[in-house]
Design a protein around this ligand. Structure first.
Ligand code: BES
Ligand code: MN
Ligand code: ZN
Length: 501
């Protein structure tokens, strides 16, 4: 996808497709009104007649309008004027993205970002537009046969111009570049998520990190089993015991900030397939446990986005990655393991493996003296029960950090919702035989999982994102979402700005 920003009259622009917004009451944003003038009011007439449905994101395709240079116009409803806000704006962009992905037009001009939106300035609107339109072009056909691919190859606009009526500035360019960079980070995260467990192994994740380091200005180190043994990562390694795939611990550095500036550390759960281990999962939908490395994928995707944006910050990425398999050497319920922190853990359920690999990574994070640490994990089915598939679950040992993440979630449209991490829940983790058990019983599963992690994060400000509900969608449209790359990227953009560089 190629992006430009353009200014000028929509009627005179040559393009395969021109995308214009309109409110349900027939009110036309300035650029749509200008185009309407050139077609003698036909657009307004069609809307009055009810040809465009009211709901934001409804569309109407109008080919060969006399008076316009564009070959086709896609009219997109912005919904009721009084209700116009972030969501209808994103819905309109989403609908445009869908149409752009399958149009025979090679190039398109999109005027949606020019629409005034309360509290959201033009750079924000452009960044959202670039991100959503680029993301809409995402396709996962790496595993389809050549013939199947060829049939679909030629559709979809490859060149997009975002049309605005104001002066072009560097700030607007940056906004579009950021939106585009975030979409390419999401695409990487989606690719890795969608790849099955037989291809996306811990070794594949390590190789992806190394390839990314070559493309961009990153340092990557991959620790092997022996290295982790030396570090005493007994908890992480206990999960890898049942698998033939070697576990990896990926350490990534992006150094865009001042050499002495403390880094933000991102930690991603990288279970490339979660069978549950000896506490085996039921067969139904078990294929979806290939997505159990989406936390890791979001760290890689965020690194790609940050490197592409060239943000002036220091960032460390930690990815503990392994399969969770029920092999002959597998950890058994009741086994006691010693974590890198020295704390002992009774593994009461081998399916609560995410926390077992994360805790050692969180202890390893201490050495970077982090500004803050955020871990991202498809950690609990309970999170999907509590919050559904709309927000990611957020728990933190620092309320300011939590508030900052919630805010960046709202700005990016990739939202999170906070759950309490109160001490009262900690007692649910008690074990008769070790310092703690790895499960907390039937109640508050998302919270007790975070309570477990909190015992390894005392040295720094920490937040945990449970993305079990948000990292992928099930059913007919099964596929990875690339979340929470937009939230993490927005968070880091914010951090870069507040550091004044
Ligand atoms: N990867 C799963 C969590 C999960 C399940 C995410 C379903 C998305 C959909 C995790 O490793 C797990 O199995 N968690 C257990 C924890 C329980 C044993 C305390 C769960 O949620 O059932
Ligand atoms: Mn599990
Ligand atoms: Zn898991």
């Amino acid at each position: 996808m190629e992006f430009t920003i353009k200014t000028g009259s929509p009627a005179k622009l040559k393009a395969g497709l021109l995308v214009l917004g309109a409110f349900a009451n027939g009110k036309l944003p300035a650029l749509t009104a200008a185009a309407d003038g050139a077609v003698e009011g036909r657009i307004a007439t069609l809307i009055k007649r009810g040809d465009l449905e009211e709901k934001a994101g409804s569309t109407l395709l109008l080919p060969d309008l006399p008076g316009l240079q564009a070959e086709r116009v896609l009219l997109v409803s912005l919904g009721k004027e009084d209700d116009f806000g972030d969501k209808p704006y994103r819905d309109a962009l989403g609908a445009a993205a869908k149409a752009l992905a399958s149009t025979p037009a090679k190039d398109a001009v999109v005027a949606l970002a020019d629409t005034e939106l309360d509290k959201r300035a033009l750079p924000w609107r452009l960044q959202q537009a670039a991100r959503i339109l680029a993301d809409g072009a995402y396709r996962f056909d790496a595993l389809k046969s050549e013939k199947d691919k060829k049939d679909k190859k030629h559709r979809g606009a490859k060149k997009l111009a975002l049309l605005v009526s104001s002066e072009l500035t560097a700030e607007l360019d940056t906004a579009v570049l950021r939106g585009h960079a975030i979409a390419s980070g999401m695409a990487l995260a989606k690719d890795l998520g969608n790849l099955p467990g037989n291809i996306c192994t811990p070794t594949h994740l390590a190789e992806t990190a190394q390839a990314l380091a070559k493309q961009h200005k990153l340092d990557v180190e991959v620790l092997e089993r022996e290295d982790m043994e030396k570090l005493g990562m007994g908890s992480f390694l206990s999960v890898a015991r049942g698998s033939h795939q070697p576990p990896k611990f990926i350490v990534m550095h992006y150094k865009g900030g001042k050499p002495k500036a403390k880094p933000v550390v991102l930690v991603g759960k990288g279970i490339t397939f979660d069978t549950g281990g000896i506490s085996l999962k039921p067969a139904a939908e078990m294929d979806e446990m290939k997505y159990d490395m989406c936390g890791a994928a979001s760290v890689l995707g965020t690194f790609k986005a940050v490197a592409q944006m060239g943000l002036p910050i220091n960032l460390v990425g930690l990815i503990p990655t392994t399969e969770n398999m029920p092999g002959g050497g597998a950890t058994k319920p009741g086994d006691v393991v010693t974590s890198m922190s020295g704390q002992t853990i009774e593994v009461l359920n081998t399916d609560a493996e995410g926390r077992l690999i994360l805790c050692d990574a969180l202890t390893y994070a201490e050495r970077f003296k982090p500004e803050c640490v955020i871990d991202i994990a498809t950690l609990t089915g309970a999170c999907v029960i509590a919050l559904g598939k709309i927000p990611s679950g957020l728990l933190a040992n620092d309320d300011e950090l939590a508030a900052e993440i919630l805010k960046r979630g709202n700005e990016s449209g990739d939202r999170a919702w906070q759950l309490p991490l109160w001490d009262e829940y900690q007692e649910l983790l008690k074990s008769n035989f070790a310092d703690m058990g790895n499960i907390g019983g039937r109640y508050a599963g998302t919270i007790t999982a975070a309570c477990f992690l909190s015992r390894f994060t005392k040295a720094y400000k920490w937040a945990h994102l449970d993305i079990a509900g948000t990292a992928w969608v099930s059913g007919d449209a099964k596929g990875a979402t690339g979340r929470p790359v937009p939230l993490l990227s927005e968070f880091l953009i914010g951090r870069a700005q507040s550091m004044g560089s």
